[in-house]
Write a protein that binds this ligand. Structure first.
Ligand SMILES: Cc1cc2nc3c(=O)[nH]c(=O)nc-3n(C[C@H](O)[C@H](O)[C@H](O)COP(=O)(O)OP(=O)(O)OC[C@H]3O[C@@H](n4cnc5c(N)ncnc54)[C@H](O)[C@@H]3O)c2cc1C
Length: 393
């Protein structure tokens, strides 16, 4: 039996014993995790079988065709960024405790990297963790934290040694979002939704066993998160012609009579580019054997952000004056999922964030230039100075 047959057989066993039409989603997903077909490239016993990540598409297709839920939408930060970080850098105890309920979405996760003074240059962050026996005391502020208001746990990167250069002296932790001293405040986006938040830490006590990786190795650990984030945002492989390009085609079909030849050309161009992007992502996922993705994730993320914005601009142009109406009204709401693209007007506003979240378009271009094309590096004047001596606002 080859690997593909093995994983399909595992899926069929899960489906036979846990009919998605009869049992709770968390039960099906829990069984999927236990069968090693949650993240098939993760190690045996932690939701995987140590096989190629290429097989995951076949697994997902088999499970969803039988009505099983795809858990990513409900817990996108958990799946896209936190799980790969925990499985790569977590202790056995952390993997055992966190991965299963993360996969089933019984526990939602968030990622706390960005700060008011540290976004693209996240290594310049100021949140401090000071050791106190077997605990760390966390103080500082994070910002733009997606789904922090529903998160049970989060990963946080903090400065543990200010006398080191900025990329050193950082350490990563798992934080209990219900711990005393954690305060989550909403930030409203252009869509009217507060999908992300500010998070304040005031003397939050984090046990040392909740450290991810070694003390001072937080930058290295965060690269696992960031590289996976780019693939999670821009590297997903969906069926041909699905997603926002389907919305473009649908809108064009409705407004064809008034659209004109130029719009027709643009629709065709966007369809081709969406397909090129999809095929590039398939190629990148097939060349990725295991572990942390490389710079190809940044290429996919760069292309997807720009393409999404062009697709939604054309969609609203095609709609004409109707595009100025906002279907759901404009009350501030607190969604429990991120990236709601359920109507064109909201999608137009939401995709503007695609070129900021997960690393800006300029930063993706820097990575592409330096790591793929081998161009000279960006000027980094502070890289050899202790963080405590670097001027900041
Ligand atoms: C919808 C959304 C969700 C998010 N969710 C999360 C989350 O869950 N967790 C989290 O930690 N963060 C999150 N973020 C934050 C996101 O990672 C940051 O916004 C992003 O990294 C940019 O940082 P910044 O906003 O501080 O902009 P800055 O870094 O201040 O950048 C401002 C401008 O300067 C440019 N720039 C900066 N440095 C360079 C350079 N070296 N070369 C060229 N140009 C440069 C940038 O491209 C940008 O145009 C989210 C953001 C958004 C929009």
């Amino acid at each position: 039996m080859n690997d593909e047959q093995l994983v399909i057989e595992r899926c069929d066993e899960v489906l036979a014993e846990h009919d998605p039409k009869q049992v709770r989603p968390a039960e099906v997903l829990g069984a999927q995790y236990d069968a090693g077909v949650a993240w098939v490239h993760f190690p045996d016993g932690y939701g995987g079988l140590g096989l190629s990540p290429r097989l995951q598409n076949a697994i997902n297709a088999r499970m969803t065709a039988a009505g099983a839920p795809l858990p990513y939408a409900r817990n996108p930060i958990g799946h896209g960024m936190c799980a790969p970080t925990i499985v790569t850098h977590g202790s056995d105890e952390q993997k055992r405790r966190y991965l299963r309920p993360l996969f089933t979405s019984e526990e939602i996760w968030c990622q706390m990297f960005s700060e008011p003074g540290a976004g693209s240059d996240v290594a310049s962050l100021s949140t401090r963790a000071v050791r106190d026996g077997e605990e760390w005391i966390l103080n500082g502020q994070k910002v733009w934290t997606t789904l922090a208001h529903v998160a049970r746990y989060g990963i946080v990167i903090a400065r543990t040694d200010p006398e080191q250069v900025k990329h050193k002296g950082l350490t990563m932790f798992v934080v209990d979002m219900q711990a005393p001293g954690v305060e989550v405040r909403p930030l409203v986006q252009a869509t009217g939704e507060a999908e992300f938040n500010e998070v304040y830490f005031t003397d939050v006590r984090v046990p040392d066993r909740e450290r991810l990786g070694d003390v001072g190795e937080g930058w290295h650990v965060s690269l696992t998160t960031l590289m996976n984030e780019r693939v999670s945002i821009g590297g997903q492989v969906h069926p041909r012609g699905s997603g926002l390009i389907a919305l473009v085609l649908h809108t064009y079909a409705q407004h064809r009579a008034d659209a004109g030849e130029a719009a027709r050309d643009e629709v065709a161009r966007l369809w081709i580019e969406a397909e090129v992007n999809r095929l590039t992502n398939i190629r990148a996922s097939q060349s990725r054997k295991k572990g942390t993705p490389g710079p190809e994730g940044s290429v996919g993320k760069l292309a997807m952000a720009l393409l999404n914005q062009r697709m939604m601009s054309l969609t609203l142009d095609l709609m004409g004056p109707e595009a100025m109406l906002y279907p759901s009204g404009y009350p501030m709401s607190r969604p429990t999922t991120a990236m709601d693209l359920s109507n064109p007007q909201k999608a137009f506003l939401r995709v503007q964030a695609n070129s900021i979240e997960g690393g800006t378009t300029n930063i993706m271009r820097n990575i592409l230039g330096e790591r793929v094309l081998g161009l000279p590096g960006d000027i980094r004047v502070d890289k050899d100075r202790p963080w405590s001596e670097v001027p900041r606002s």
